[in-house]
Design a protein. Structure first.
Length: 119
């Protein structure tokens, strides 16, 4: 995890407030996400941690659609809706599972999206 660079980041807006509220309540979130290479799509995610990467905020989350840990730029979230459904694991457990997964990917040289870079 990285700290922000010298550039000033925008104030926390409604997206970050919703995500933090969902993490505190251990609830699932539905997002409308606009990935750079495709049309916006809806995903149900289990938010884990918000971090900084270069000049953007990134949310690490379990994605129900992909059935995998994924990273979502918060500035690409067009909508964030906290759902009534609870995440079926404790916050502590899901964080530990994600962190373990990260360590394995680092050891294997996987890029965080499940892809092994070519030599």
């Amino acid at each position: 995890l990285l700290a922000p660079g010298p550039e000033v980041l925008p104030e926390d807006g409604p997206v970050l407030l919703q995500l933090r509220g969902a993490m505190k309540a251990n609830r699932k979130v539905e997002i409308l996400y606009h990935a750079a290479d495709r049309e916006p799509g809806r995903r149900v995610i289990w938010p884990i941690v918000i971090a900084f990467f270069d000049r953007v905020r990134v949310l690490a989350a379990w994605c129900e659609l992909r059935e995998a840990y994924r990273y979502f730029r918060t500035d690409r979230m067009l909508e964030v809706n906290m759902l009534p459904a609870k995440i079926p694991r404790s916050r502590k457990r899901i964080y530990a599972d994600w962190w373990h997964h990260e360590k394995i990917e680092q050891r294997l040289g996987i890029d965080g999206m499940g892809v092994v870079p070519r030599a």
